[in-house]
Design a protein around this ligand. Structure first.
Ligand code: FMN
Length: 180
């Protein structure tokens, strides 16, 4: 069997985003795989544009990537106690594509923020966003990475035994879901 394809969606677009670093560490702990990071720089959803032009190519590419992936990981920052607008916009657009790319897709979600709660509230809201799409979402262990600005070393390695073991357990559960 070929290595599974793992797709990462970061709710933060920053080059040095802690959520992107967390996704990369998650991919490493997932084990052998082909990891791709999705591009969420999409136009803002506008129903008038959709009516004229249909689904933008970048959105269709993203939907196709989700459909082709063996598993997906999403990491969201917490912006004012909720997932980022970037991530919500992407999820809204994907919901307008055909074929239901999320359906039965093994999915792990996580959050990273500078606050003490590690984006716990935003992750809970993200989980509720995903319910209608019916992926095979893992319910745990829950990965909430607090104080994200100091959570990685200069090589991008996650620090802290508890965080590392939680992320490892989550990724091993995701791998088991793929192989199930
Ligand atoms: C508009 C905005 C709102 C924010 N709201 C919160 C918040 O509610 N809780 C929190 O812990 N951090 C909040 N933060 C700080 C983010 O957690 C921090 O910028 C974090 O590094 C974002 O993730 P990133 O490193 O992946 O970009 C906010 C940041 C921005 C820009």
């Amino acid at each position: 069997m070929n290595d599974p394809i793992l797709l990462g969606l970061s709710g933060s677009l920053r080059a040095s985003s802690g959520n992107r670093k967390l996704l990369r560490e998650a991919a490493r702990l997932f084990g052998p795989c082909t990891y791709q990071e999705a591009d969420l720089r999409l136009p803002l959803y506008d129903g008038d544009d959709e009516a004229v032009d249909g689904v933008p190519p970048a959105v269709q590419t993203l939907a196709d990537q989700i459909a082709a992936a063996d598993a997906v990981i999403i990491s969201t920052p917490e912006y004012n106690k909720a997932p980022s607008g970037v991530l919500k916009n992407a999820l809204d657009w994907i919901s307008r594509t055909k074929g239901g790319p999320w359906r039965d897709k093994p999915l792990a979600v996580m959050s990273a923020s500078s606050g003490r709660s590690g984006g716990e509230r935003s992750q809970m809201i993200l989980r509720s966003f995903m319910v209608p799409f019916r992926p095979r979402i893992l319910h745990g262990p829950e990965m909430h990475l607090a104080a994200v600005g100091s959570a990685f070393d200069e090589d991008g390695r996650l620090q802290g035994d508890l965080y590392i073991s939680t992320l490892q357990d989550l990724m091993q559960a995701l791998r088991a879901e793929v192989e199930r």
